[in-house]
Design a protein around this ligand. Sequence first.
Ligand SMILES: CCCCCCCC/C=C\CCCC(=O)SCCNC(=O)CCNC(=O)[C@H](O)C(C)(C)COP(=O)(O)OP(=O)(O)OC[C@H]1O[C@@H](n2cnc3c(N)ncnc32)[C@H](O)[C@@H]1OP(=O)(O)O
Ligand SMILES: Cc1cc2nc3c(=O)[nH]c(=O)nc-3n(C[C@H](O)[C@H](O)[C@H](O)COP(=O)(O)OP(=O)(O)OC[C@H]3O[C@@H](n4cnc5c(N)ncnc54)[C@H](O)[C@@H]3O)c2cc1C
Length: 672
Amino acid sequence: MSEITSSIPLQINPDLQEERDKASFNVTELTHIIYGGIEKTKKRKRLEKLLFSDPFFQEYQNVRAFGSRSEYYAASVKKSTKIFKLRRQHKWTDEEYETVLDICHDDLALTLHHTMFIPALERLATEDQKSKWLTLAKQYKIIGTYAQTELGHGTYLQGLETTATYDPQTREFVMNTPTLSAMKWWPGSLGKSSNHALVLATLIISGKKYGMHPFLVQLRSMDDHKVLPGVRVGDIGAKMGGNSVDNGYLILDNVRIPRNNMLMKNAQVSPDGKFVTRGPSKANYATMMLIRVQICTMAYQVVSSGATIGIRYSAVRRQSKLDPQDREPKILEYQTQQYKIFPGLAMSYAFLFASRSLTRKYEEAFAEIQRGDFKSLPELHCLSSGLKSFCSEHSVRQVEIIRQSCGGHGYLNAAGLGMLVNAAAPMITVEGENTVMYLQLARYILKRFAGAMSGQQLDGSTSYLSMDPATYVCPVMSETDCRNLTALCDIYRYRSYMTVCRVARQVQHDMESDMPQHVAINKNLVDLVRAAKAHSYYIVVKDFVEGVDALVASAPVIKVLRTLCCFYAAHGIAEYSGDFLESEAVGLHQLKWIKNLQVSLLGEIRPDAVALVDAFDYHDITLSSALGCYDGNAYERLFKSTENDPMNKEEVHPSYYQYLKPFMEEMNKSKL
Ligand SMILES: CCCCCCCC/C=C\CCCC(=O)SCCNC(=O)CCNC(=O)[C@H](O)C(C)(C)COP(=O)(O)OP(=O)(O)OC[C@H]1O[C@@H](n2cnc3c(N)ncnc32)[C@H](O)[C@@H]1OP(=O)(O)O
Ligand SMILES: Cc1cc2nc3c(=O)[nH]c(=O)nc-3n(C[C@H](O)[C@H](O)[C@H](O)COP(=O)(O)OP(=O)(O)OC[C@H]3O[C@@H](n4cnc5c(N)ncnc54)[C@H](O)[C@@H]3O)c2cc1C
């Protein structure tokens, strides 16, 4: 009788336990730092226990892995409603609710209601409108989405074709989709879930266009969820990932809505059709900025989940030989394996500090904006655009590298990595496609650089553009200097300065050569994006260094974070060495030292690698990975996962009787 069963051992895999035993710092202390204190960690654990004691959350994983698209969507609607009900039952605060969504770590079918519809009402509606619709939305008496993107335009908002034409006779707006390309296409939760949509449309009064404004449109009956007259709505089809969400299309055929359904915090249309605006013209873009900030946090969650899976698996997977006399080593021993995974580990902590700093700046600026002071809006728009792009680009790329580092098993759905990459991939596109967002930042940097050249004193994230480059001497004079975080940060700052300076000069030169501005800009787009990336890299390194410097923690925790920070900065210089050399931020000697340091830091991080991912404290259900589970019993869990596979339900699959059996019979009879 075979000993092989699919039961999961009760004990921790000794290979993983060995890693935990040799950690140089207290994991719980770091967990508290990550989650903002002991109380917050405890609260999160309580919420986790409450959620995951319900067997539904375990069953949901199976539907996600093996269900049809429609079953997955239905399970996700169930999950959304369960969470909504729990929120009411337990009177969760917004912060607690956010924590629950982080724990779920998964696209909920009704996610847009929470992530965009409610925040948009909060930002774009008047107080009167809020007391009506925000209240209904928060009580889930209406379910809504944010319908901005059209088949023809997502990036270029001035090109949106959906119209909202004011009719002063009836005091209504006529909402219309005039062309195929004008149909709304992509909004999450639109296809099947939402009964309302915040439709972003071009306002027209007496034939004159007044730009993009938000309009609340009811799509479905509140009695039977049937689609209302004049509305055509549906799902846009299966996607690479995120298939629990019904991204939808919407066609409006002259649907009339009352005047008060235009959200009028930033601009009003009076009953007799007069248009009055308040605040800056981009005030209606406010919801997008919020999500860009949140995407940086999502990027942290994505890369830290990937690193957790990759590192735990690499500590229990043994393969090949290092020492011919010894047993097969853990794959984590291979320097190349460390080089694939530790950049993701260091990036996790870098993005933790960077997203925290960005969120703080956002909250401060938002409070000012609420008071009618918009002075920090341009800085915040550009900072969030750049960091959204940087964090999403780097995290998605890094998790794919981690997936590859897990060999064949990384390719299985049960590993959780493919699903993570596919679910996270849209972060690069949503809320402003990354290149476009980098270019928003580049445009701002160029203006600030021009200001600095004309003697303006700059503040905020671009203040360094007023530096005198002639005073720069590479602060790394010896191999030991390479460990100096301030020195590494200075190198990033100078590289960014030089990259900005070079492209600014080139654009200026092209324009002075009588090139029209748009031609000069397009000729330099690649370098403009490069400048925005260099600036964003500098900000992330700076936030990491400042974050670690400001920490109040035990010496071992500070030490390990400083090592990671140093590795993050050194790795970036090594990876983009061409840029650093070209800008003369480093010379060949320094580059060689930094590259050496980078490699030797792999060995320093190695003993703490498992502890550093344990500190993220992800629940196994959140990670949803046979390879990355806390107990390290990866093989048992992989084998167990096959039990739920519908392919294994019958000993003989129906396709045998349908196709294979008749085929085999035919082949056996054949004389050929
Ligand atoms: C496991 C994890 C899974 C995660 C997966 C995530 C899944 C889903 C999550 C969320 C759902 C996503 C929902 C959406 O995508 S909603 C749709 C989002 N759409 C966009 O973001 C559109 C992008 N386009 C734009 O924002 C704009 O068109 C633009 C590119 C910024 C250009 O705007 P516009 O043409 O109006 O402006 P100009 O370029 O002419 O610039 C004029 C000046 O305005 C300034 N500006 C632009 N935007 C803003 C802003 N938001 N705030 C403040 N200022 C702004 C710009 O800088 C110019 O300033 P200047 O001084 O130079 O004149
Ligand atoms: C999963 C998912 C969920 C979404 N959810 C929503 C939602 O809830 N609500 C909603 O309204 N929308 C949603 N969207 C739409 C999303 O916001 C848009 O897809 C996004 O803004 C990018 O716009 P686009 O698709 O028009 O890309 P495009 O602009 O067509 O981009 C295509 C290419 O053109 C390039 N390009 C475009 N303009 C420029 C330029 N000015 N300079 C240089 N290059 C340029 C881009 O860099 C890119 O390489 C969602 C999309 C996805 C994938």
